[in-house]
Design a protein around this ligand. Structure first.
Ligand SMILES: NC(=O)c1ccc[n+]([C@@H]2O[C@H](COP(=O)([O-])OP(=O)(O)OC[C@H]3O[C@@H](n4cnc5c(N)ncnc54)[C@H](OP(=O)(O)O)[C@@H]3O)[C@@H](O)[C@H]2O)c1
Length: 233
């Protein structure tokens, strides 16, 4: 698909970086957002400066996001698609029997919920201009019960957010896709050696599938899990 511009948050590694590579293979130009400037710069060099641009950005900062969107439109002349993917996982327990202390939960809620919300808010005016496509990375954990798990609840919020954004976009031509990965081999799951895992490319393929549909087709949700993953793992 030539001449399409995709902006990805959380592009410095894992699912975001895999999607950037796969999108570049499909002919997209990609704008890469994350906080790790060196990793973004390395990925730009790998993909080529004619294909990729690095925009260091914290997704909890709305001004940085609006600035990034403006730079993408200025540089490429358009913004066709956004993958709101930046996220983090902090273990939790409401009974206090394990996990991180509550003051460490704040950053996760801000990143996973507020960050996704203001990425949408910053990008949607440009996506309306291009009749574009917003893809959000939720999680399989945003569908099922996980005892004591606030991360799961942040992803339930992304599940609802995608539906509410799609409802508001009726009449604009903008498509909204929620991708819900099961367990994927990335830094986030490095400590999980007890479960089957997907490769980040498997999620990238799902994102490219949704983006590659004709404008009349809005893939609402994609749940992609490794074969054999237990329902609540
Ligand atoms: N791995 C799984 O099994 C799995 C399953 C379901 C859903 N997911 C979701 O998939 C998404 C990507 O996760 P991953 O597995 O690829 O994890 P990862 O390898 O740890 O990557 C997380 C990405 O998010 C970025 N990020 C985190 N906080 C940020 C912030 N405040 N501002 C900007 N960027 C930020 C990180 O970049 P910097 O640190 O450089 O900022 C990094 O690029 C997340 O939303 C995650 O919840 C993952």
């Amino acid at each position: 698909m030539p001449d399409q511009v995709l902006m990805i948050t959380g592009a410095s590694r894992g699912i975001g970086a895999a999607t950037a590579r796969r999108a570049a293979d499909h002919g997209y130009q990609v704008a890469l957002l994350a906080r790790s400037t060196d990793s973004l710069t390395d990925l730009v060099h790998e993909l080529g400066e004619h294909i990729a641009m690095a925009l260091p950005c914290d997704v909890t900062d709305y001004d940085s996001l609006t600035d990034a969107v403006a730079k993408v439109e200025e540089h490429y002349g358009r913004l066709d698609a956004v993958l709101a993917n930046a996220g983090m996982n902090v273990p939790s327990s409401f009974l206090g029997t394990g996990g991180a202390e509550p003051d460490q939960w704040r950053e996760m809620v801000l990143t996973n919920v507020y960050g996704a919300a203001i990425t949408a808010r910053a990008a949607l005016p440009a996506l309306v201009r291009s009749t574009g496509h917003l893809v959000l990375t939720g999680s399989n954990a945003g569908r099922g019960i996980r005892p004591g798990n606030l991360y799961s609840a942040t992803k339930w919020a992304v599940t609802g957010m995608a539906q509410n954004i799609r409802a508001e976009c009726v009449g604009t031509g903008v498509r909204v896709t929620l991708v819900q990965p099961g367990m994927v081999e990335t830094d986030m799951t490095a400590n999980r050696t007890d479960v089957p895992k997907l490769h980040a490319d498997d999620i990238a393929n799902g994102v490219l599938y949704a983006l590659g549909q004709p404008p009349s087709v809005d893939v609402n949700e994609l749940t992609i899990r490794p074969t054999g993953q237990a329902p609540q793992s």
